[in-house]
Design a protein around this ligand. Structure first.
Ligand SMILES: C[S@@+](CC[C@H](N)C(=O)[O-])C[C@H]1O[C@@H](n2cnc3c(N)ncnc32)[C@H](O)[C@@H]1O
Length: 178
């Protein structure tokens, strides 16, 4: 019953069946190496599984900035996590409006790049790249490798992990600003 409720809710609100599993979330965050970060940005927070994990595992001094463009998710994110991080209802393509150039240590994206138009993927990756500091880290997951080439245009992809314990299993790109 609970499962059916949540899958229907996810599908109608954000076009996905389920949020990321705790295994995928832990893997994504471990590849980001958050211990010494001053600023972390999360793109596409949904209902917050990654946000929740980051809040529980980041250092108290690390600033977390959360980006989501779905109004329903924003209401829920602000209710649950508003006191622990900065939450912005904007498109990831426009993060340049709120982040100074080269100011971010780590950007973690669970955006569905595969279902975003190539033009917008390009805007998003460019905005991500310019927001990161030199050698800053970018993490992105995907169920297939369809945007790997796009990510490589902007970043040096150092490792591709695969997490089976998720519906669907996912590849995770670990990349650095060139
Ligand atoms: C695959 S869901 C991931 C949700 C959650 N982070 C998780 O891991 O379960 C992708 C999220 O990205 C958001 N999204 C899609 N395009 C976006 C954009 N251009 N800017 C900001 N958020 C976007 C969707 O609303 C959705 O909540």
């Amino acid at each position: 019953m609970n499962f059916i409720f949540w899958t229907r809710k996810f599908w109608s609100d954000i076009g996905y069946w389920l949020g990321s599993s705790r295994f995928l979330v832990a893997r994504v965050v471990s590849l980001a190496d958050i211990e010494s970060a001053n600023t972390i940005v999360e793109l596409g927070a949904g209902y917050g599984p990654v946000t929740d994990y980051l809040i529980r595992h980041k250092s108290p001094n690390t600033k977390l900035i959360v980006i989501e463009n779905n109004a329903k998710c924003i209401i829920e994110l602000r209710r649950k996590y508003g006191q622990y991080c900065d939450i912005h209802e904007i498109s990831a393509a426009h993060i340049g409006q709120i982040l100074p150039l080269g100011s971010v240590d780590i950007i973690i994206s669970t955006l569905p790049l595969g279902s975003i138009s190539p033009e917008w993927v390009d805007h998003i990756l460019r905005a991500t790249e310019v927001s990161l500091r030199t050698w800053g880290r970018f993490i992105q997951y995907q169920y297939a490798l369809q945007n790997l080439r796009d990510v490589r245009r902007y970043f040096d992809v150092t490792h591709i992990a695969f997490e089976l314990r998720n519906f669907w299993p996912a590849f995770i790109y670990q990349a650095n600003k060139k």
